[in-house]
Design a protein around this ligand. Sequence first.
Ligand SMILES: *Cc1c(COP(=O)(O)O)cnc(C)c1O
Length: 466
Amino acid sequence: MHNNLQADLDNLEHLLSLTKDKALAYLNGLNNTPVSITGVQSTISINLPKDGIGLENTIKAFQEQHQNKIVAASGPRYWGYVVGGTTPASIAGDWLSTVFDQNPQGINGAGDISAIIELEAINWLIQLFGLPATFKGGFVTGATMSNFTCLAIARQWAGKQKNIDIAREGIKTEIKILTATPHSSSIKSLAMLGLGSSNVVIVKTAEGNREAIDIPDLEAKLIENKDFPIIVISSGGTVNTVDFDDMQAIAELQKRYTFYWHIDAAFGAFAACSEKYSHLLNGWQFADSITIDCHKWLNVPYDSAIYLVNEKHTALQLQTFQNSNAPYLGDPATNFSFLNFGPENSRRLRALPAWFALNAYGKNGFTWIVENNIALANQFAELLEKKNIFKLKAPVRLNVVCFSIDDEANRGDKLTQVLEKLKISGKLFITPTSYKGEPCLRAAFVNWRTTEEDVLIAIDELIKAS
Ligand SMILES: *Cc1c(COP(=O)(O)O)cnc(C)c1O
């Protein structure tokens, strides 16, 4: 054995304990670690080590070279994009997933339990969201890959409407995609799937300050495009203002028109955890497929999301993802395996952090996280408006506050200046966006650690930066 490997193996307990100490120091310092850094060197010029220096020296080398530039992305004031944190249970599950190094594939004869653990985690998530057991699913890296997976099945469905097996024959038919305010990753998925982002038919948004789909216009476009197979992509929470399509109304349209209905509920799905907000999703149980991120509001580490697909599409799903040209991997029709059910072949036991978190905190734990985050978002919005410098651009419908500077003439410049100043102080991370054609800022509340004190710090930072 190579001498550094042998030495590390002999010293494993000490080395893992050192690693744990590093992790603990980071987590304990999370509230005071900057959320952004400036002046990062982008030159990459280190030579590959010849023999290496062993793990203990590597930990030291990392400390010296990079540790002080790791930002508090899982901390309580990282409000950019939609970034969740990491709970103790999800960290433990993630660590063990790495240590166990399993590859969840089949449930029959695969010789290990990992696929069952994944199915258990999916089953718990379905219960957490109050969805029917007719949904079947699995884990992928993020909502982008979940949208990709669901839209690949939608593509197979669309082909079937014209008696084409797209997985075998390729896309020999024009397919129309109807959507109002899709997430960029859905459009990217359409591009990756060869469906063509220009085949999207943009449906109007509902009257008023809304991002949700306009139902009469959707109906008109369903009629207009009735000669084509149609895929409808719904928003179960838009990123700017967390607006929800009227799921009940779309479910009604499904009774009269033929289309495949996919919902991107990457983080909006968690409204289902709260009795106060679950009505926003009424009717979503009738969708053909749903995308939900776990590394956002479930607060598990990257990279984790699930796809949920109605079991009536399982045959199409197997056609799309079958890996059966490798006979040693089994027949997909009789032998369930994630190999034939999703896009990846080998992957980590990504379900374990979610399994640990759901087991540790249960339904009520996540209801608390969701309701606490929503309460804090509202509190932040109220305080912000009182300061007369900022202006809300939309009502706070769930956990995102979309706001701007109350100075029309210099808005773009002022917002850039605010972001620059925030970046230097490193206490609050928020991201810019464009809403209804205007530059804005947004703050997303998805971290279980965030408190009222953080809201007050954030307001203070924004005032100082404006
Ligand atoms: C975050 C997000 C995505 C993309 O998710 P990744 O996990 O970054 O791949 C897709 N849709 C919505 C609505 C999102 O919020």
